[in-house]
Design a binder for this molecule. Structure first.
Ligand code: GDP
Ligand code: MG
Length: 254
């Protein structure tokens, strides 16, 4: 039987407790800074001082003492050291080296959250159904006015949690759909946003893309309906556009 081991927030560890880092949430400047401080997957972190409701929290990582704001520590996921032993199938009293702990932490952290974002009729649901086809459906979850579908698929040791978000032309919060998509990105912090773009309607579709770029998140463009483009005999140097925007563009036919 597979043991279910829960990731916990680093901020929840109490003084003296230790964890092994399984995932860093967040993007951009925060991610860069925290990684530079040594907070990367597989590293052991010890709580030096975590007083309730007090900021900052003090940690020891790679033999350095560092302070993190509580809000930052909430973006670091860890597993308890005991759990890393369980994952590594080594008894807790047994001898174990850091490499083994690291490998088990990497396995634990291998859930990748993907959000499909794009205009209506760009092919999000078709892509979602293709990706989740024979896989487990987690089901629908709904806001007050809009729905999103979620599925998990597994490839090797990775599991991908994919969310099909409602179609939007922008995410400036004017409609419930826009608000929902924006909240999902800022609060759930998907590891990757797949921006599904209708290749035959580029100009309109790329407006949303520019807004996603401004959100400082990891974006990949699925240049969908590529068959329609080819049918019209159009040629499009999407690699050059991708280089200009700093985003990988992958042609797809959902
Ligand atoms: N030709 C073509 N049609 C597609 C492709 N992807 C989706 N469609 C069609 O486009 C329509 C809208 O797709 P849908 O997945 O519902 O879009 P959504 O609103 O973004 O979820 C459907 O009729 C799909 O069958 C594609 O790559 N090529
Ligand atoms: Mg849809």
């Amino acid at each position: 039987m597979e043991t279910l081991i829960k990731n916990i927030q680093l901020s929840d560890l109490k003084t003296g407790e230790e964890g092994i880092i399984t995932k860093i949430l967040g993007h951009g400047a925060f991610r860069k800074r925290i990684t530079e401080m040594g907070f990367v997957k597989g590293k052991r972190v010890t709580v030096i001082k975590n007083a309730p409701l007090q900021d900052p929290v003090e940690y020891k990582i790679m033999n350095y003492n560092v302070s993190l704001r509580r809000s930052e520590a909430q973006l670091v996921e860890v597993i308890a050291v005991e759990d890393a032993y369980t994952l590594a199938k080594v008894p807790f009293e047994g001898t174990i080296d850091e490499d083994v702990l690291k490998i088990s932490a990497l396995q634990q952290g291998s859930e990748i959250n993907i959000a499909l974002v794009g205009n209506q009729n760009s092919g999000k649901t078709t892509l979602f159904n293709f990706a989740s086809g024979s896989h487990e459906r987690v089901g629908n979850y709904s806001g007050v006015t809009v729905d999103a579908k979620e599925a998990i698929m597994k490839r090797g040791t990775y599991s991908f949690r994919i969310v099909d978000l409602p179609g939007t032309y922008s995410i400036t919060e004017y409609s419930p759909e826009e608000l929902y998509v924006r909240m999902h990105i800022t609060e759930k912090m998907p590891d990757i946003v797949v921006n599904v773009v209708d290749a035959s309607n580029l100009e309109r579709n790329l407006f949303l893309t520019t807004q996603l770029i401004d959100m400082n998140i990891k974006v990949v463009i699925a240049l969908n309906m590529f068959d329609e483009l080819e049918k019209r005999g159009a040629r499009f140097d999407y690699e050059a556009l991708g280089r200009m925007m700093g985003i990988p563009i992958v042609p797809t036919v959902a």
